[in-house]
Design a protein around this ligand. Structure first.
Ligand code: PCA
Length: 331
């Protein structure tokens, strides 16, 4: 009998404990991003995680792993697809080997302001959402980098200066652009930029003022040609099964926080652009806008890129661009 009594008492204790623990099991998500904690993208994503935690009373607990600390850039999307991490952030145009649609925000001459870039995102969102859905993924929000320009250690005045120049590029389309100008492109992750310069692997780079600032461009180059090429974006997305596991109110909280992160992020991008221009100037980087002949040469290289994209992307591209043009006209 004592044994029986003991087990009843033990059961009662377990029962009391069960009542005292929260009624939900907290969902722990890991979110991997290649960009460091100093990047406005990562700060925005950390704020998103905080907003979700608060809105769900800790039911959805997202840990943001910055600077590629959890997994490398190229492995983020496959890992989220498999569900080994629940969410990720990537530079959208690095997916261009999967479909030319993912190149749409790295096409010169298409969207040269934040307003146009936003209209382009609205036009491309449905198709990108469908493509992600086929892989069991769901986009949460997308935020642009400031527009891309060209860093050199001399004043860029003519496209002939690209001959033999080894130019760091963050994606395939930027590499094609460099090739069209006669340069030698190398794909390099943002975090590897300082090493690429210090080991002499590259002489120049194409990126934003934000990345120029974050990577201390002034240590390697003297000039930034603010060519306003395009506004490429990051995308933050989640494994759909992980999302579906949440109850309805938690799902809504994630979606609301994502919508906020998107509008906040677009503003952060504008602000970071202004602050980064100042930082570059303070460190002695000369910023100019391409003029005359150089401007025409960049445009010609850009047109070539746009035409080749249209050919590769076909009908989907046509629809997307025509939807974009309508939105742009309606602004
Ligand atoms: N910074 C990232 C992506 C685009 C940008 O402005 C990079 O250069 O890798």
């Amino acid at each position: 009998m004592p044994t029986r009594l003991f087990s009843l008492a033990a059961l009662a204790t377990v029962g009391a404990m069960a009542v005292s623990v929260p009624t939900f099991a907290a969902e722990q998500w890991n979110l991997a991003t290649p960009y460091g904690d100093a990047s406005f993208h990562t700060q925005n994503t950390k704020q998103f995680a905080e907003d979700v935690r608060q809105a769900t009373d800790g039911e959805v607990d997202i840990t943001v792993h910055g600077g590629g600390s959890l997994i490398g850039h190229a492995e983020i999307k496959p890992s989220v697809r498999r569900g080994t991490v629940q969410a990720g952030e990537i530079f959208l145009s690095t997916l261009s080997n999967e479909s030319p649609i993912y190149e749409v925000d790295t096409l010169p001459g298409l969207a040269n302001s934040y307003e146009d870039a936003y209209a382009l995102w609205q036009a491309s969102k449905p198709i990108i959402t469908r493509m992600f859905a086929k892989e069991g993924l769901m986009p949460l929000y997308s935020v642009p980098w400031p527009s891309q320009g060209i860093y050199t250690d001399f004043e860029l005045t003519d496209a002939s200066q690209f001959q033999g120049l080894r130019v760091r590029a963050p994606n395939i389309n930027t590499q094609r652009f460099v090739e069209n100008l006669g340069g030698n492109p190398t794909e390099t992750e943002e975090a590897d930029i300082p090493t690429a310069f210090s080991t002499g692997r590259v002489d120049a780079m194409i990126t934003s003022v934000s990345t120029g600032k974050a990577m201390s461009a002034w240590d390697y180059v003297s000039n930034f040609s603010d060519a306003n090429l395009w506004f490429p974006k990051n995308i933050v997305f989640v494994n759909k099964r992980a999302f579906d596991r949440l109850d309805e109110s938690a799902q809504q909280a994630v979606l609301d926080a994502a919508a906020q992160a998107e509008s906040r992020g677009w503003q952060m991008s504008r602000d970071d652009r202004a602050a980064s221009v100042e930082a570059l100037k303070e460190h002695g980087v000369t910023i100019t806008e391409p003029q005359g002949e150089l401007q025409a040469q960049l445009q010609a290289a850009g047109n070539e890129l746009f035409e080749s994209w249209q050919e590769r992307a076909g009908e989907q591209a046509e629809q997307l661009v025509s939807d974009y043009r309508k939105r742009q006209a309606a602004q």
